[in-house]
Structure formats: C-alpha cells, structure tokens
Design a protein around this ligand. Structure first.
Ligand SMILES: Cc1ncc(COP(=O)(O)O)c(C=O)c1O
Length: 387
C-alpha cells in the first residue's frame, strides 16, 4: 500500500493539483511532543507545563468521580450524538432552551463549525491581530479572509474593528477576556459595539470568563435576547480542567444555532467528556472560588517577582501572565525547558520577546520564579547557560 512517505513524484504532483491555494499556503500547527520526549530532548529533570492555561487544581471532585465510576461496558457504545443530557444541564443552569446550545469537541471545533456555516469565498471575518489565533487560522484554511485589527491597549479596539467591517463580514470574533493580554470589554463597550455592528454574527469567546473578577465584566449570554446575532463560546478545558476530554460549546439564538448544527460533526464529543462536563457544572464544593484564589495569588506573586528583576508584565483577567524577556522568546523558551518549565513563546501571537505563563500552583510558581531569576541573572552577566 502506498503511504504519504512513499509517494512517487508523479503521485505527489497529482496531489498538489488537488489542494486549494489557501490550504497549500497554510502552515500546519505543530503540537508539542509528549513530556517524556521533551524531557529527553532538553535534558530536563521534570516538566511543568505552563504553556496552555490549564487549571492546576484539576477537575472538580464530582467530575473526577464520574470518570472513576465510568462503566467499561459503555466504551463500545456511541455517545449521545448531540450531547443531549449535557445540553439539558446547560439549559437548566443558564435558563435557555437546550436547543440553543451546541456542544463541540472543544470550543475549537465550534469555531470551525460556525465559520463553515456562515462563510464562503469572498466573505471575511474580523478579529484582533494579537489574540487566540484559531479564528484566523480556520478562516484562512477555509479560504475566507481574516481581517486582523490591532489591539487598543490590551483589549480589542471596537472603533477600529467597526471600521474594518463591510457587507462581506459574516462573523466578528471577540475574545473576552483576551488571550493572551487579559484585557476585556466591559458591558458598556460591548453593548455599544453590538448596537453598531449591524447584521452579522458577533462571537464572544468567553473561554476564561470564570476566572474574571471584575464587576463590570459583561454577561454576554444575557445580551442574546436583545442581540440575536450574539453567539457565546465557552469551554470545559480551562476553569473546569477537562482539557483532555475536549468539551466546549456555543449558545446563541435558535436560527443561528440551527445553521451551525448543519456543519457540525455528530458524535464528535465522547461520552466521558459529556458526563464529566455535566458533573463539573454541578460542582458545589467551591472549585471555582478555590481556582480563582489560586490564580489571584499566583498573579500577585509572579508579578512581584518579575518587578523585582525589572521584567515588564502584562496581566489582566484570565489564568495567565505575559512577561517581557531580554532575549528572543524562542531562546528563552529553550532555556526554561532545560530547567523543566514549558512556557508559551509569543512570537506566534505577534508578541516577539514575550512569554506567556499559566498561573497556578504556588510551589510551582515559586520554583518557576527562582529559575527565571537565575536565567535572567545569567543573561545579564553575559554568561552562557549553565547546562
Ligand atoms: C480564547 C480561547 N478560546 C478557545 C480555546 C479553545 O479551547 P478548547 O478547544 O480546549 O475548548 C482556547 C484554548 O486555549 C482559548 O484560549
């Protein structure tokens, strides 16, 4: 049987002819290797992943319990194709009809589904230049123009975004709070934007909403009745710490969700993910408060530690902080990897010279601060790394 690696010249030429230009030009995302491989490559004694904004506390107790109790005989049975029970639980929690929720294999999948549902060639989406890149990537590999607007301070720039919207703009993506800067639109700004955005979909991606502690942060779901073009994205990957099970969802008005359902893959959300998400949602043990407290303390601690060594930081809402480093961010990433800490190098987010660090466990934050201090001191002495 012929595989990709054994394709002859003629075969590969034949494949090339089938690939649309916008797919050919798109550079595939390269996921990180498994821990054991990375530890081997970097000679790291351990590995703390501080690169993906995961919750160090782990999943709420009830979610762990349903996973531990999961009956093995269910492994051979397909999951609910439309996450029926989870949607009922979301409906009860947020007081909307269950049909207004669409659950995906992480919210990344619903990004793809909504672009497929509304955009065709010649259309565009509008979002920021320095934000979660998947909106831009999906648009690009779907042959749809992604119009990227510079941030205003650390949040999206409403006026500049309105100026880029035209009649072919089908979707506007607003990351609130923004990953990676932590800036957000307060209620007033969001409402004003929605009043002026016209007849197009406005996605409010609230992947980190549960971490936000500011009282003027909007409840975008409560705006959906007034603005039927609003679609809210949420995920169980961050606050609820179920990232490996891949569960995210959108909620919007019935006709919008009905359109997106047509382009969604049925059965893409596994059973374990569905029941764990349902249990996580019902948590009454104070998981959210504990997680928020952990992040608050970590933000304060790391902010102060960076201040002491004169490293500028950007940190707003969300469980992450950006740190400006005095060398190329990829080189800094490698130095930190050798010491057992994986951060996000930010050139890919258009923030060259910055790293993003997930805020979490106090002991890990302290160990990270020690290593960062040490590396910065080495750099400032002009010495080469110790290992
Ligand atoms: C802003 C934002 N939206 C969506 C996602 C995707 O989350 P998931 O696909 O795990 O639900 C992420 C993940 O990092 C994110 O930062």
């Amino acid at each position: 049987m012929s595989t990709g690696q054994t394709l002859g010249r003629r075969d590969s030429h034949f494949v090339d002819g089938l690939i649309p230009d916008y797919v050919r030009q798109f550079q595939a995302y390269v996921p990180s290797k498994p821990d054991r491989q990375l530890m081997l490559e970097y000679g790291a004694p351990f590995l703390h992943r501080l690169n993906n904004n995961e919750n160090a506390l782990g999943a709420p107790p009830a979610a762990r319990q349903v996973i531990a109790d999961y009956p093995l005989k269910r492994l051979s049975i397909y999951p609910s194709g439309d996450a029926f029970d989870l949607r009922q639980a979301l409906a009860a929690r947020f007081d909307f009809d269950a049909d207004r929720f669409l659950v995906g294999n992480g919210s990344c999948e619903v990004i793809t589904s909504i672009i497929k549902a509304f955009c065709e060639r010649g259309d565009n989406i509008v979002t920021a230049d320095k934000t979660f890149a998947v909106y831009e990537w999906v648009a690009e590999f779907s042959g749809v123009e992604a119009r990227l607007v510079a941030l205003l301070g650390n949040a999206f720039d409403p006026e500049a975004m309105l100026a880029r919207i035209d009649r072919r703009t089908k979707i506007v993506f607003v990351c609130n709070p923004n990953n990676p800067t932590g800036g957000y639109w307060p209620t007033e700004v969001l409402v004003d934007f929605l009043e002026r955005a016209g007849e197009r979909i406005v996605v409010i991606d609230e992947a980190y909403c549960e971490f936000v502690e500011q009282s003027d942060y909007p409840d975008a779901m409560s705006l959906m009745e007034r603005f039927p073009n609003v679609v809210v994205f949420r995920t169980f990957s961050k606050m609820y710490a179920l990232a490996s099970l891949r569960v995210g969802y959108l909620v919007g008005s019935a006709p919008v969700v009905d359109a997106v359902r047509r382009t969604s893959t049925t059965y893409s959300v596994n059973s374990l993910g569905q029941i764990a998400a349902q249990a996580a949602l019902a948590d009454t043990t104070g998981h959210l408060d504990r997680s928020r407290a952990l992040v608050r303390e970590a933000r304060e601690f790391l902010g102060k530690a960076c201040g002491e060594i004169d490293l500028p930081v950007v940190s707003g809402e969300g469980n992450y902080i950006m740190i400006k480093v005095p060398i190329n961010d990829t080189l800094m990433y490698r130095r930190l990897m050798r010491r057992g800490f994986m951060v996000r190098s930010m050139t890919g987010f258009r923030f060259p010279g910055w790293i993003r660090v997930t805020l979490g466990d106090a002991a890990v934050m302290a160990a990270f601060a020690d290593v960062l201090r040490d590396e910065i001191a080495t750099l400032r002495r002009g010495a080469t790394p110790s290992r």
